[in-house]
Design a protein around this ligand. Structure first.
Ligand code: ZN
Length: 208
């Protein structure tokens, strides 16, 4: 079972900051742009509130570990005891996946101004570049974002890169998530079986 939570970036509220720990406050303050602070705040808030409901604890009491595996600073992937987590944000959306197996979620805003062909040659497989060449304009940007989110979700679930790879590795399940026309999103889990995915909205489905 994977629970996927979505929030709009405009749903961030100053009072959410009350539940942040010191490292989270410092990290949030370091973002220059307001939209980056809002995305970070929403990601933390969703994680804290979902785990608070799951473990019957106040949101501020949830112990989160972001120790970076490379340098030890608190800017790594978020972890909590007894559960697997993944957080993503892009454009207008913030997403969190909560699972009992390693999980990766990725959302990307579809960017019509992106030089898709230039980027695709570097990051996609030859077959994917070939498929992409059949599209133009916005459809090309959407197809690129579809491929890209699938790769990113797998990287986040496994910690390993997929650049230029065509096949999904054995034992990884990847699924597209429907997030409307302006974004593309994908979910990956380390599992032999396709996951059951439940989708929730931050604004309406979370107890306050
Ligand atoms: Zn680091």
């Amino acid at each position: 079972m994977v629970d996927v939570w979505w929030a709009g970036v405009d749903e961030a509220r100053p009072e959410f900051e009350r539940d942040l720990d010191t490292a989270e406050r410092e990290r949030m303050a370091a973002y220059v742009r307001e939209i980056d602070r809002a995305r970070f705040l929403l990601g933390v808030t969703i994680v804290r509130r979902v785990l608070a409901a799951r473990f019957s604890l106040p949101a501020a009491k949830i112990e989160l570990d972001r120790t970076c595996s490379m340098c030890g600073k608190p800017h790594g992937k978020v972890r909590a005891a007894g559960v697997e987590l993944s957080v993503t944000h892009s454009g207008a959306l913030v997403g969190v996946a909560v699972a009992d197996v390693p999980v990766g979620i990725d959302v990307e805003r579809v960017d019509p101004a992106l030089d898709v062909d230039g980027v695709a040659r570097v990051v996609l497989s030859a077959d994917e570049v070939q498929t992409l060449s059949q599209y133009s304009g916005l459809e090309k940007a959407r197809t690129f974002a579809t491929y890209w989110t699938r790769k990113e979700a797998v990287v986040k679930a496994t910690g390993e890169g997929l650049l230029g790879e065509q096949r999904t590795p054995e034992g990884i399940q990847v699924r597209q998530l429907d997030v409307g026309d302006d974004h593309r999103a994908a979910l990956a889990v380390v599992s032999a079986e396709p996951p059951v995915v439940r989708t929730f909205r931050f604004g309406s489905d979370l107890p306050r």
